[in-house]
Design a protein around this ligand. Sequence first.
Ligand code: MN
Length: 703
Amino acid sequence: MSEAVLLFKELSAYLKPEDVAQLETAYQFSESAHEGQFRRTGDPYISHPLAVAKILAQWHLDAQALAAALLHDVVEDTTVTKEQISAKFGKRVAELVDGVSKLDKIEFQSAEDAQAENFRKMLLAMARDVRVILIKLADRLHNMRTLTAMQPEKQRRIARETLEIYAPIANRLGLNAVYEELEELGFCHMHPMRARVLTKAVKAARGNRREVVGKIQKAVKKKLRDAGIEAVVTGREKYVHSIYRKMLEKALSFANVLDIYGFRIIVNDAASCYLALGALHGLYKPIPGKFKDYIAIPKANGYQSLHTTLFGPFGAPLEFQVRTADMHKVAEAGVASHWLYKTDASLNQLQQKTHQWLQNLLEIQSESGDSTEFLEHVKVDLFPDEVYVFTPKGTIKAMPRGATAVDFAYAVHTDIGNHCVAVKINNELAPLRSELRNGDRVEIITASNANPNPAWLNYVVTGRARSHIRHFLKTVQYEESAQLGERLLNQALIPLKSSVAEVASILWNKLLRDCGVKSRQEIFADIGLGKRLAALVARQLFSLSEAAPTENRFPGAVLIRGSEGMAVQFANCCRPIPGDPILGSIKKGQGMIIHTHDCPIIAKSRGDPDKWLDVEWDNETHRLFDVSIKLVVANQQGVLARVAGTIAEAGSNIHNVSMEDGETSAYTTMNFTLQVRDRIHLAQLMRSLRRIQEVVRITRAKG
Ligand code: MN
């Protein structure tokens, strides 16, 4: 209990009394929810959320974040729901708890570097609110501090995850103190033996070197004082993990890692940093190539300092960091410094110089100066242009924001894209046009005979998907047009008592030469696409410039099967179906368009024989055709469901439906686009619909 008392004492120092009271309620709520649960360490479970809240209190985080910290495990580990938290502590707190729980569910699987980077980005992106990440980091920090209670194997797994995911996130957010501690704890649990040996060695070396450090510190202080620079000089022992890293990187033995002490000089302003540096370089010689100016060029996380390494008086290299007090605050607390030092105006100025990534956040802070407004904006996407989704095997794919299932399919493999028919997102069937969201698990369903649909071009966002779909459509259109063109040419050759197969090669070759094309296929495709006229090509083949066949140009109609693909399109105005009398026209570059005889759109030009080809339906059509019908129904509850049910029962699909209210609200007009086999099918369907009581009128819509 005393831990809780300590926490609330700390909170009272910077939060309003009513906020502290609310947090006490949250604490009691969490304690009773976790009643009877214990940690591995043997402590009651509540000790964990309490410790997490305590870490956040050190950063002076707001009341919402602290409430969420106290409650962060209740949804996951107890019977309490998100709604209950929302009702009791507010929507924002519930959202924060929910965010933390969601991150908990993602399990890090692969150790691959690229995967780890994506994971970090995904976690950041999913968190949306920076406070979620801060709570999560505090949660992980406390778990790492108490990791010894776990089985060794679990210790190593969690330690690895910490080193690969959470420590880099802390580093990225500029939370240096958390970063160092996570690194240190991670190293000690990942390599317990090595950590023990090194710790011992550092301890042994400490005795010898303490005196040396003291001497150096004294000398530096004096030098700075003489130069008139006000400064605080501290010497510190380096972390075991950083000594270990140095040994690994430089292949050194411990005896050769001399700089186990680092020095830090804190001065009043940026100019003094450079003055102090000059003084230092006057005291000891700098090691060439070791100087780094992170003040002029801050690190991505906003970190600023001057770094230099000097030849020490006893031959050991000495590392120095020189920075101002403000830079030091940012160096230690990073993004959390917003809460910690929010009154400090000069800090804003400093931070604005930092990298764009952190700047986006902080600019808002300086513009508004208001904490709630800042939070409103801190619901940032830290990576606003990307979403991260899982393949069924658990690999992460980064997709541009707005990417759909089709984009994802093409990102996995061109074949998957070309043959996708459906998608399961988080195990539920969804339309291919569905926009992907962070953390979605996406499984594409393919069919070997399926092909890209031109409609996909309306919603794909990746260049890759777009170009593959275009390429496919072009190739297919070419082939299908060539097939239609061959049939049209055959038709045109009948009056000449010939056919494509019967025309002699010599005539073909002459034609190809005359037209300057390489293959017959190209000629066929041109005819199919309407770039050449079949009758003209037929005459060219036989060089019949005289006596153009007139009235009997097309003695037989071209048969339409509906399987011609893109070479034959059915006009959207009248939507012809088998059984309808039809006309065809070749539109340049598009192939043949089929209309019904009575289509009002073509009424004017129907008399012009040059425009129209005689076409008929083939006896065999093996597909469904779109048709439009208009239904006027009485407004009754459930009428749409009854209509839809009847349509489905009749073996038809609804492609589209729209509704408009009539003059009186008693009637509604429904416009359906349905799929039917032919006129007989449509007639049966309309008969069934007429039997529905509420249906007042039903007509087929053309034009
Ligand atoms: Mn936890």
